[in-house]
Write a protein that binds this ligand. Sequence first.
Ligand SMILES: NC(=O)c1ccc[n+]([C@@H]2O[C@H](COP(=O)([O-])OP(=O)(O)OC[C@H]3O[C@@H](n4cnc5c(N)ncnc54)[C@H](OP(=O)(O)O)[C@@H]3O)[C@@H](O)[C@H]2O)c1
Length: 304
Amino acid sequence: MANISILGLGAMGQALATRFLQREHRVTVWNRTPGKAASLIAQGARERNSAAEAIAASDVTVICVLDYGAAGSVIDAAASILSGRALVNLTNGTPAQARATAKRVAELGAEYLDGGIMATPPMIGGEHALILYSGSRATFDAHADSLEALGAANYLGADPGLASLHDLALLSGMYGVFAGFFHATALVDSEGIRSDSFLRLLGPWMAAMMGELPGYAQKIDSGRHGVNVVSNLGMQAASLENILTATREQGVATDLLEPMLELFRQRASAGFGHEDISGIFELMRRTRPGSRVPSGRAKPAGAP
Ligand SMILES: NC(=O)c1ccc[n+]([C@@H]2O[C@H](COP(=O)([O-])OP(=O)(O)OC[C@H]3O[C@@H](n4cnc5c(N)ncnc54)[C@H](OP(=O)(O)O)[C@@H]3O)[C@@H](O)[C@H]2O)c1
């Protein structure tokens, strides 16, 4: 049994607190707006009137509020008692925000573990819940057993920005899938075809296309986009052109796919039409220090 405080009782904070209570931890809660703790108190939680009082009540405090602005104000309000404490911030934000918060918390003498929740509130504690962590290894090791109650706990490294980076990258993948779903569905919807019936075709197709990703990953890691090409970029640019033409003709918005076609065209114009579409990654990636290709845009695979 651990003493754990939860700051923030929105949908996610409630789920986290509930899960810790189910695992019979001693849970203390605080929320900016009073009156949100009733069901948690009924399950055995104790409520405190300020963030500082809640932090002082436990060995470790989990912060889960709207954003880093909110988390920062909670931390500032409790600054005077933070020395020697351990904070786990599961608020969604950017790597830069996580690093700045880690620095601020360290200046106040506390340990800081950042985290990203890859789950919705009903998923917390379930088999598909994943929580990413980075920052203080000591805090992770000391509280990993308790944190595992929320979902699989994956520690990514000492840089506090890593959890957020991976969190936002995973969400990017999710939104890419959703974007494909919305575009495809709008296209068939233009002829009155229902989304649920179309999904019977789209779902398996998208699942099959996921099988392409390991091959793309290999090409991205090696920078060799010209090997084992079965569906070259030039051909796929022509297909994507057809998709966007048809989309326009059907009176459907092209916004989600237009930027991808633009990257296909740029890469093809630079002479890479015979390579794989994974080559557009070279137009997107951050230029590495020391790279001789300033924009990363025109380097042929295998070129020095
Ligand atoms: N819900 C999800 O599906 C989900 C999934 C993964 C990650 N997350 C992340 O979890 C975090 C919380 O999400 P949620 O779903 O619990 O949101 P929510 O239901 O909208 O609750 C927001 C919480 O933030 C608090 N808050 C807002 N501004 C504040 C401030 N200035 N000072 C102190 N507290 C403040 C609110 O307090 P009041 O009650 O006083 O307004 C409330 O407790 C977010 O960063 C979100 O991105 C959520």
